[in-house]
Design a protein around this ligand. Sequence first.
Ligand code: TRP
Length: 357
Amino acid sequence: MSKIILTGDRPTGRLHVGHYVGSLKRRVELQNSGEFDKIYIMIADAQALTDNAEHPEKVRSNIMQVALDYLAAGLDPEKVTIFIQSQVPELTELSFYYMNLVTVSRLQRNPTVKNEIVMRNFETSIPVGFFTYPISQASDITAFKATTVPVGEDQLPMIEQAREIVRKFNQTYAEVLVEPEAVIPQNEICKRLPGTDGTAKMSKSLGNCIYLSDTEEELRTKVMSMYTDPNHIKVSDPGSLEGNAVFTYLDAFCRPEHFAQFLPEYESLDALKEHYQRGGLGDVKVKKFLFAVMNEQLAPIRERRLAWEKRTPEIVEILKAGSIEARKAAAQTLSEVKKAMRIDYFEDEEWVKGEVL
Ligand code: TRP
């Protein structure tokens, strides 16, 4: 069986380092592994509209931002197909048939949707499109017969929903769809990188994000003002690692060789942590180290982004060609789906001959 990747992001803002360690970095590694027959990366504008119906211009303007972030992170349009969800209407059609295979109570149990309903104050008036987006996401995945879906941990309930739809469809009609597997980060910390203020999640509205598009100076300012241990006042005070964003980020970004490179007086992250907890190590020193470590990884991304920003007409071409190609693949699956459901009347010989009574 071919190995196929499909994944994507909602274009509601520029991508940040949480996206990077949570999924984007892995996608680039998978792309370069050469193990996949096909890789589709989708800019999920239609899904973004499910909770931004009043702000289509926000979604529209972020399509290019997300495309730039993809290319900057190292996704290579020669190796992956990048496309825009709304330009593949077959996905919507698939969703309409899948809706009959999912119950309202099943959707109500989806923990990610539950969480998002609270975050968006939708409790009393949930848009139907938003409520059903896990079904639309199953269409995104199954339309390409994806076997592998690299995503952040919060997306696991979506993959589970897709798997259930696949089983139900194949059981009810015919073996057409493929059950996907999620790929999530191995490193615990990367599953949920906190904001720079130490709160659980990076979010644009909280202003606690470090973006892939931040300049070196913006990165420095954000790192130097990160949340640490509020009780670590004097350098000599013992410090705590619990909820200390600087150390959490070091867990996500620091590799052993960074010590020889940027902080040779310590031999490992454990040694640095031990000194911090014992007392005698100041926040500024740790933050400067974190800045160096992050900047080493973000500088090439930033440079590629600046170079691509001068080539946006080419990006438009990439997205357009990608959407055409994605549409072909989705149309193929849709036709198999309709055949399995026997709603392909005009391709059905018996039906065409009029032997339908
Ligand atoms: N829900 C994903 C997000 O919030 C975006 C998305 C839409 C997606 N369809 C997908 C991810 C299919 C993986 C597979 O970012």
